[in-house]
Design a protein around this ligand. Structure first.
Ligand SMILES: [Zn+2]
Length: 72
């Protein structure tokens, strides 16, 4: 069974050419290499700027406490 290669830069599957970003250093194959789209590949959208779930939750909590502090 083959697994799809996932790009470390954009988290999308790689169809076609790829580069090895980091070799897995695992003789057993348990830790696979990591892959990325070749430089300049239009299929690679890059890392999204979206904030993590934790970051968004913390931001909402901070905004709420600030508005409570201001008596809004
Ligand atoms: Zn990519």
């Amino acid at each position: 069974m083959t697994f799809p290669r996932i790009c470390v830069n954009c988290d999308h599957s790689i169809v076609g050419d790829f580069e090895v970003a980091v070799e897995g250093f695992s003789a057993s194959g348990a830790r696979d290499d990591t892959y990325r789209h070749p430089a300049g590949d239009p299929a690679c959208t890059g890392r999204t700027a979206d904030r993590s779930v934790v970051s968004r939750a913390l931001g909402a909590a901070v905004a709420e406490s600030v508005s409570r502090f201001r008596g809004a």
